[in-house]
Ligand binder design. Sequence first.
Ligand code: GCW
Length: 678
Amino acid sequence: HAEDGYALWLRYRPVGQTWDARYTAAATQLVPAGGSATITAATSELNRGLRGMLGAVPGQAASVSRDGAILYGTPANSRVIAALDLPLKGLGNDGFVIRSVRVNGHRATVIAANSDVGVLYGVFRFLERMETREPLAGVDVRDAPKLKLRMLNHWDNLDRHVERGYAGLSLWDWFTLPEWKAPRYTDYARANASIGINGTVLNNVNANPDILRPRFLKKVAALADVFRPYGIHVYLSANFGAPVAIGGLKTADPLDPKVQAWWKAKADEIYRLIPDFGGFLVKANSEGQPGPQDYHRTHAQGANMLAAALKPHGGIVIWRAFVYSAQNSEDRAKQAYSEFKPLDGKFADNVMVQVKNGPIDFQPREPFHPLFGAMPHTPLMMEVEITKEYLGFNTHLAYLGTMWAEVLDTDTWQHGQGTTVARVLEDGKGTGLTGMAGVSNIGNDRDWTGSEFDQANWYAFGRLAWNPQGSAEAIARDWTKMTWGENPQMVDAIVGMMMESREAVVNYMTPLGLAHQMATGHHHGPGPWVHNLSRPEWNPVYYNRADANGIGFDRSATGSDAIAQYAPHVAALFGSLNTVPDKDLLWFHHVPWTYRMRSGQTLWDSLIDHYDKGVATVAQMQRTWALLKPYIDKQRFDEETAFMEIQHHDALWWRNASIAYFQSLSKLPLPAGHAEPP
Ligand code: GCW
């Protein structure tokens, strides 16, 4: 059932007349080298893909004996591949070469790598070329990931509720594991491997300590067994208080020898079951989670204690920098930097610090997090949220590739011009540890992500984690061809919609640098007026600071001075009204409603324009989509049509509610041509 979204971007639909003969000529025989589970997985993917796209499965042989053979493996497992003398040096474990070659006098395509997992990645790339209708004759691809760890973070609870999940229940059916290894777990691994994802944290960072109990570890091991052939390592979120909660100890103080011994024994136990276990992800002293500060120890002391337990097994600790405290009255945007910057150089060499893309919390737009480039001795992992907690859940079409690329391409200026966030991430600071993490949007809905277009965000995350300098548009185009089909007009139309979709959300929710205006708790819909929550920094009014005179959060030198956490060049850019980009204006400055924008418009008029533009873009997307009806199967077309209706309705709701509230303060009329909110 390709029409219910289950197949994701691995639909493998028939390629059609134009391509059939050409592709068939390049896929007459499969010649695998070696018999590992990973090579077997590569073979079964080739069979699945070729059967789907070309209608038949080529025969398998031990050596190339016909034109059009596909030879795949490592030089270690194939003398023929070794003799081809391919440029595999420098490609590491995960890179690969795909090349047209001659073997035994026959035309063949070789897919080679230094490891079997690299071969599998190459096979997926080969199939992707067919899905996106790239020629196979004369193919010459050499590619390797720029980041070592490309991970999903599942916020899945043990009762299968997914925090911020909009796609059903958790995929992990803990009740029937470990005995029942549902085939869907393999499909999950296939999808991830197809885009190079090589790590998965199975449980929520708000971690239930029970995951570390023996009965759960057995279930975790069963999943790790399914994922292993696909190059995916399993990680767990560890609750820092586990020694107390499940270990019977009176303390979780990281300097207490009994606590250290408990974690060491726990790590040993895990590695007995899962020899290639990745390590722990930890949310500590954040939003009520226990942590080292409960014992007056630092984040580094806490992280290093866990790191020491994992180190003998090759495991790592990924320690989150998402901290802001109820006892701290400092601007929330500054707190992570204030806390972590002084710890630079204090972390063990198997610790990474995981930093959200922006300093607050996965908003539709934030400036980049000031920690990027500011911790020269600590490998940093960037965390993005694939699930759309703050961008309309699963029904709003918002392609996030553009949002992540915007952050990755931003210059931090921390080590001179050109120190983009992408470059910072690619630097392992001598540890070899580099990575990106995406908070998963996957659940047990038939289509995995709750909507077709949210599959694009999973896909784009993998692609950008593989190459943080990749193009969001090229990624959208590949995904569109694989997901919707090859008709060029349709592809252009869909890619066009995707490319402007996130800006539309910014416009109708939080234009001009506003942030965190969402309703309480669930974060769906507008709430700019909310002011009475127990923690001040949970209230939207904390962020908009709107009153009779104006709006915006002064983070310049006259305000919270958050700009001082950036490199001087960037601080100057953000800090001055003359140079701050319009899109960040109200993030960094408080200005009067009548403030003159560079365009000549008043801020008030410009704000209204942005809300209306957001709604108008959605209406335009609806019209574009309607024209695509002839090209798209009924089920997926109807669903997206309905979802866009919801999005349009929500966009109007956001626009009207926000304008009505701000107008109650500004007392200004709407500019001509803009409708008063009802
Ligand atoms: O965005 C916020 C979410 C919380 C989440 C937290 C975090 C897992 O609202 O649901 O908790 O961030 O990243 O820890």
